[in-house]
Design a protein around this ligand. Structure first.
Ligand code: UDP
Length: 341
C-alpha cells in the first residue's frame, strides 16, 4: 500500500484541480511523489494548481472520469488511485441532478474497474451525506442512513455515493482489491468556490461585500467545519496505513456550531456592517428541499488508525476565508470561473 515504503510513488488524482484535490496534489508533490491529475475543469480550476504549475513531478490531463479509455490509460501508468472527481455541493447537485448522478456513479465505476484490471489501490472520497437525515450525536461509520424519498435530489446524491462505497467494498471483499473509503464532513479552506453553495465561502464573500448574510432555515442547524489542510493530512495518513485497507473512515472536526452563530462570527471577523437574513429553504433550493438538523462526525476510527487530530481551528478557517474573499474582491476571477453570490 502507498506510503509504507519510502519509495516515491505515482498517484492518479481524479478531480486533482478541485478544491480538496489541488491541496492533496501539492502535498504529494512536496513530499517527492509524482502526480497525474485527471480533471475536466467543470468545478475544478486550472488556477487551483498555479502553485505547482511546471513542477517536474506533475502531469495534468484534461479529461473526464466518464472517458473509459483515458481512465484505463492513466490508471495503468500510476501506482495508486485517489478518486475525488465527483459532482459536489448541494447547489450543484440540485441544479444538475442527472449529470451529477452520471459522474458519481459511472465515473466511480470506470475508475474502480480500471484499478481492478491493473491491481491498483484506490482511495475513494465519500461524503457525510451518506448519513442522510440521521441527526443523532456524533455519527460513527456504521451509523444508520436515514433518507427521504429518492425523488429528492439530495437523497439521490446520498444514494449514489453509497453505491460507490458498496462497489469498493465488493471489490475489496470479493476480489481483494486494496480500497479505502474516506467520508468527508464539511471541509473548508482556500480555493473553495462560493459557486456551489458552500456556506463559509458564501458568507465570507457576502460579509466582505457588505451584503446581507444568507442564513437558510432557522440557522439552528449545526455543522462541524474542518480545514482542508487537516483533511489532506488525514488522507495521507490513511494512504500510509495498511490497517486502513478495506475500511470506511470519517474525516471531520468535532467542533459543532450553528449556522446562525457561524454568520455572527463571520460578520465579527470581517468587521462587516452586513445584516443577517434568514431565508426559507424553499427560496434557497426550491420546494421539497430537506436539510439535516445536525451533522457531527465520530472520528475515533481515524484517530485510532492514524493518530490524526485536526490542528486548525474554526477561527483559522474563517480568517483565511475572509482574506480570500477580500483578495477576490480586489482582483475578481475571470467570468465563468466563479459565481459570487
Ligand atoms: N447555508 C446557509 N446559507 C448559505 C449556504 C448554506 O445557511 O448561503 C446552510 C445550509 O443550508 C446548511 C449549512 O449552511 O444547513 C451548510 O451548508 P453547505 O452547503 O456548506 O454544506 P452541507 O449542507 O453539505 O452541510
Amino acid at each position: 500500500m502507498p506510503g509504507t515504503t519510502p519509495q516515491p510513488q505515482t498517484y492518479l488524482v481524479t478531480g486533482g484541480a478541485g478544491f480538496i484535490g489541488s491541496h492533496l496534489v501539492e502535498a504529494l508533490l512536496r513530499r517527492g511523489d509524482r502526480v497525474v491529475v485527471l480533471d475536466n475543469f467543470s468545478s475544478g480550476r486550472r488556477a487551483n494548481l498555479a502553485g505547482v504549475e511546471g513542477h517536474p513531478g506533475l502531469r495534468v490531463v484534461q479529461g473526464s472520469v466518464l472517458d473509459e479509455l483515458v481512465v484505463e490509460d492513466l490508471v495503468r501508468q500510476c501506482d495508486v488511485v485517489v478518486h475525488l472527481a465527483a459532482a459536489v455541493g448541494v447547489r450543484l447537485i440540485v441544479e444538475q441532478p442527472l449529470a451529477s448522478l452520471t459522474t458519481n456513479l459511472r465515473g466511480c465505476e470506470n475508475v474502480v474497474e480500471a484499478a481492478w484490471r491493473h491491481r491498483r489501490a484506490v482511495l475513494l472520497t465519500s461524503s457525510s451525506e451518506i448519513y442522510g437525515k440521521n441527526s443523532t450525536g456524533p455519527l460513527p461509520e456504521d451509523a444508520d442512513r436515514i433518507l427521504g424519498s429518492p425523488s429528492v435530489v439530495r437523497w439521490a446524491y446520498s444514494t449514489a455515493k453509497a453505491v460507490d462505497e458498496i462497489l469498493l467494498n465488493a471489490y475489496h471483499r470479493e476480489r481483494g482489491l486494496p480500497t479505502i473509503i474516506a467520508r468527508l464532513f464539511n471541509t473548508v479552506g482556500p480555493r473553495q468556490s462560493a459557486a456551489y453553495g458552500m456556506v463559509i465561502p458564501r458568507l465570507a464573500r457576502q460579509a466582505v461585500a457588505g451584503h446581507p448574510l444568507t442564513v437558510y432555515g432557522t440557522g439552528e442547524q449545526t455543522r462541524c467545519f474542518v480545514h482542508v489542510a487537516d483533511v489532506v493530512d488525514a488522507l495521507l495518513r490513511l494512504l500510509a496505513t495498511p490497517a486502513a485497507i478495506g475500511q470506511t473512515v470519517n474525516i471531520g472536526s468535532s467542533d459543532e456550531i450553528s449556522i446562525r452563530r457561524l454568520a455572527d462570527l463571520v460578520v465579527a471577523a470581517a468587521g462587516s456592517p452586513s445584516p443577517i437574513e434568514l431565508i426559507p429553504y424553499h427560496e434557497a433550493y426550491g420546494s421539497g428541499f430537506e436539510d439535516m438538523h445536525r451533522r457531527v462526525p465520530d472520528t475515533r476510527r481515524l484517530r485510532e488508525l492514524t493518530g490524526w487530530a485536526p490542528r486548525r481551528t474554526l477561527h483559522d478557517v474563517l480568517t483565511a476565508a475572509i482574506a480570500e474573499a477580500r483578495a477576490e474582491a480586489a482582483a475578481p476571477v475571470p467570468q465563468g470561473q466563479l459565481v459570487a453570490s
